[in-house]
Structure formats: C-alpha cells, structure tokens
Design a protein around this ligand. Structure first.
Ligand SMILES: Nc1nc2c(c(=O)[nH]1)N[C@H]1C(S)=C(S)[C@@H](COP(=O)(O)O)O[C@H]1N2
Ligand SMILES: [Mo]
Length: 325
C-alpha cells in the first residue's frame, strides 16, 4: 500500500492529509472504474464558500444530559471530525463536504414517515425534537475505509422515536433516505451514487439502545458536512450505515435496498457490522487509522463490533459472522 501525501510543502502537512491509498481512494477508485464518476474531481463546478468551524465544547444545547457512554475516552478534535468527511452529495474528496455543504438548508426540515406503522405522515423536525430526550454520547466510529474517530454526539434514542410512530407487527426493517435536492446537494447533479442515499436496519437493530439519532456534535448543532440536521449513528456498524440528512423513514416487511450494498454487494453488506476478521476484498479490516493521529503513530487494532460486542453480539447469535461484512 502506498502513501499519498496531499500537500505541497512538507511543513504544511496535516496528519489528516496523510492517508493510505486504500483509505483515500478505495471507493472513489471503485466508482471511477465502474464508470459512475466521470472526469475525476467534482470540485471545480461547486464554488460555495466554506463553513466556518467553531471551537470545541459549544453550548447550542443548554442543560444537555451527559451520559456514561464513552466517558473518559480520548476524543478526536472537532477540527478533524468536521474537516475530513464522507458525504458524497457534496463531492468525493474528504475535504469537499466541509467546503461545499453550506448550500444545504437544514431549517426548516421535515421527515416523512411511511409504511408499516400506525402514525405515518409528515413531521416537522422541531416537533420530533420536542418529544425527544436529548443527551450526549461519546461513541467510537469506524469507517469501512479503515479510519476512525471518537466524538461526542448530541441526540436521542432511535428506538424511542420509532416507537412513537407505532410500527405494526409487519415492520421487520426500517429504511432511511437522505434528502434529494441537487440545488442544495450539488454532488447529486452527477450520478456518483444512485441518489437519494439510503440505508436501513433490521427492526431489532433499530430498537437497540445504542442506536442513536444525532442532531449535534461536540455540543454544537450538527455541522452540515456531518449530516445536518439529523443523521443516524449506529456505532457497531461501518460508517456508511450512518446515513446523513434524513428526510424519510419507512417501516417495511422486506429488507430494504441500501446504497452501497446495491452498488457493490460483494464489498458492502447490508449488516456491515465492524468485524476485524472479515477483510474488505481490497484491504484489511484488522486495524484502523485514528483521525488526527500523527503519521508516525501506529494504527490501532479494530475491535469486533467496533468495541460494542458486549451490547450487540446477541442480535446476531444465529448468524455466522465470518460470512457477513
Ligand atoms: N447521505 C449520506 N450519508 C452518509 C454518507 C454519504 O456519502 N451520504 N457517507 C457515509 C460514510 S461512508 C461515512 S464514513 C460517514 C461519515 O460521517 P462523518 O463525515 O460525520 O465522519 O457518513 C456516512 N453517511
Ligand atoms: Mo465510510
């Protein structure tokens, strides 16, 4: 594996700009090869000013309940977590979302609830939030590209919200969809992915107490590049399951299609539980690079279910985990 250094002078190199080739270009290369990304960079046509980033420890959520989740863990810096992102609706380079996501308008926002539930309809996000028990949880987060971060998310239990829609006995899965609006999300003007981005969970996964809907990070309202105004956080699964800027929730009887699984089913599974023993076909999943780590620091070992095995392994007791990715 070669190293790509994306900088001009050696003194300007930020640790977050140094990444292995597999980390950096793995999926981008895949997309290029499959003919979806024409001409490489998206950046040129998307001239939108960068979003200002503020310091750590903001106070957009006064009176927020801090929880025991992840207490004492070493955090990734706010700067790294908000400047190195995957959000293909704004481009495929890690810097693109922070640069271009200011065209997203996260307010007002509504979420459509459909399918196998009694209380379907269109909900204003503000009404959803008013009923929610907001809290802060520190979770470790592991991208399938083998980089990771540890950040404090602000939000509420996914299961508690879903229960209020009263899913029926037929609701075996829940599916999420990202906004589709090429004016707000200019990356959607090209068929990089089959927009809108979608992903889903089995209903028992969705009801698990670790599953979280996040509306903020480090005490700040969610920055656009991290999936404003509301995104999913399932910390035992690879990052791509953690769908951003959600506008639709659908309860269904059948396993829903998901963006990456449909695009490359031999590389990205529906379950996508973090599993260091099952490599991606093109790179190892045994270890990870922490965002912001100095380049001389060793990679760290990836843990089964991203370190949440004690809590979630029971969801998969009837599955042969060596077969799933
Ligand atoms: N709508 C949408 N959601 C998305 C993505 C995306 O491209 N579009 N990328 C996913 C991937 S691959 C990762 S690793 C995480 C990255 O979240 P972060 O930018 O907050 O670190 O978002 C996930 N959610
Ligand atoms: Mo990812």
């Amino acid at each position: 594996m070669s190293i790509i250094i994306k900088s001009v002078g050696p003194r300007d190199i930020k640790p977050s700009e140094i990444t292995t080739e597999a980390d950096y270009s793995g999926r981008r290369e895949f997309i290029k090869k499959s003919g979806l990304l024409v001409g490489g960079a998206l950046a040129g046509s998307l001239a939108v000013p960068a979003q200002a980033s503020s310091a750590e420890g903001g106070k957009d959520f006064p009176g927020l309940i801090k929880t025991e989740y992840g207490k004492g863990r070493e955090l990734t810096s706010y700067e790294d977590a908000t400047s190195y992102n995957n959000f293909y609706e704004f481009g495929t380079d890690k810097e693109d979302p922070a640069r271009y996501a200011s065209s997203l308008k996260p307010k007002p926002w509504s979420v459509v609830v459909e399918g196998e539930a009694n209380k379907t309809g269109t909900y204003n996000l503000e009404d959803i939030l008013q009923k929610a028990q907001m809290e802060e949880r520190i979770y470790h987060f592991r991208c399938v590209e083998a980089w990771s971060m540890t950040v404090p998310w602000v939000g509420f239990s996914l299961g508690e919200m879903l229960k209020r829609f009263e899913p029926t006995a037929k609701a075996k899965f829940v599916e999420f969809e990202t906004l589709y609006d090429p004016d707000q999300m200019p990356g959607q003007k090209r068929k990089i992915l089959d927009w809108p981005y979608r992903d889903g969970l089995r209903i028992d996964e969705a009801m698990h107490p670790l599953a979280f809907m996040a509306t903020g990070i480090y005490g700040h309202t969610m920055p656009n590049q991290n999936g404003a105004p509301i995104r999913l956080i399932v910390p035992w699964k690879y990052g791509f399951k953690n769908i951003k800027s959600i506008v639709k929730i659908r309860f269904s009887e059948k396993m829903p299609p998901s963006t990456w699984n449909t695009l490359a089913p031999n590389e990205y599974g529906f379950y996508a539980n973090v599993n260091p023993q099952v490599d991606h076909p093109r790179w190892s999943q045994a270890s990870e690079r922490k965002l912001g780590a100095n380049f001389w620091e060793p990679r760290v070992k990836t843990e089964m279910f991203n370190g949440y095995a004690d809590q979630v392994a029971g969801l998969y007791s009837d599955m042969d985990l060596s077969r799933y990715f």
